[in-house]
Design a protein around this ligand. Structure first.
Ligand code: GDP
Length: 198
């Protein structure tokens, strides 16, 4: 699949105001600074569709983009940024979790993980929560250009080992880089195939 159009639709914190759930939808989420905005821009071939965050954790909104006029890409607020207040965090949990649990056209969540760092509790717990709620997700390892492939592979093997302590199998995953664009075709192909079953 190639991206022929990508348009911002709406930003909000109110799940009642989301666009009508009449198209397949994919949500992107991860810890602040994981490279989410860069990945979204890379996928859409646009420099500034998603903002590359100056201040991590700043965007506390659910952002909808309409792609090729037939599916939604959703940029969810990053989690795990220590400097936001407890009140902010609770607010984040409130609407993000409500969105994830109730969005009927949500075909999958892309959980972004920095390929250079060992498994973090916050990501593992988030994926466990998705599993418990039966929300389908895949893992996207980001910034794979920052290390040699063999080191990234080693890191991913370690990640898999960690996942297999709680999961029966390793969820589907992708290697990506916003710099080299590795993983772009694979990810778009996955979305294309999933769109077919909507
Ligand atoms: P977000 O907070 O998750 O949206 O992360 P950003 O997309 O704003 O990226 C955080 C930082 O990592 C920025 O300085 C980006 O330029 C950098 N970055 C993001 N993706 C990549 C990547 O694939 N490769 C490299 N080398 N740097 C990246």
């Amino acid at each position: 699949m190639e991206i022929t159009s990508a348009a911002f639709v709406i930003s909000n914190t109110d799940v009642a105001k989301l666009p009508e759930a009449n198209k397949p939808e994919y949500a992107f989420i991860g810890r602040s600074n994981v490279g989410k905005s860069s990945l979204i821009n890379m996928l859409c071939n646009r420099n500034k569709l998603a903002k590359i965050s100056g201040t991590p954790g700043k965007t506390q909104l659910i952002n909808h983009f309409l792609i090729n006029e037939n599916w939604y890409l959703v940029d969810l607020p990053g989690y795990g940024y220590a400097k936001i207040s407890k009140k902010e965090r609770n607010k984040w949990h409130g609407f993000t979790y409500q969105y994830l649990k109730n969005r009927q056209n949500l075909m999958g969540v892309f959980v972004l993980i920095d390929s250079r760092i060992p498994a973090q509790k916050i990501d593992l717990e988030f994926m466990e929560w998705l599993g418990a709620k039966e929300i389908p997700f895949v893992i996207v390892f980001t910034k794979t250009d920052k290390k040699e492939s063999k080191d990234i592979q080693k890191q991913i093997n370690e990640y898999e080992k960690e996942m297999l302590t709680t999961w029966e199998y390793m969820p589907k995953y992708f290697w990506t880089s916003a710099v080299t664009k590795i993983g772009r075709n694979e990810l778009l192909h996955f979305i294309h195939e999933t769109n077919e079953v909507f």
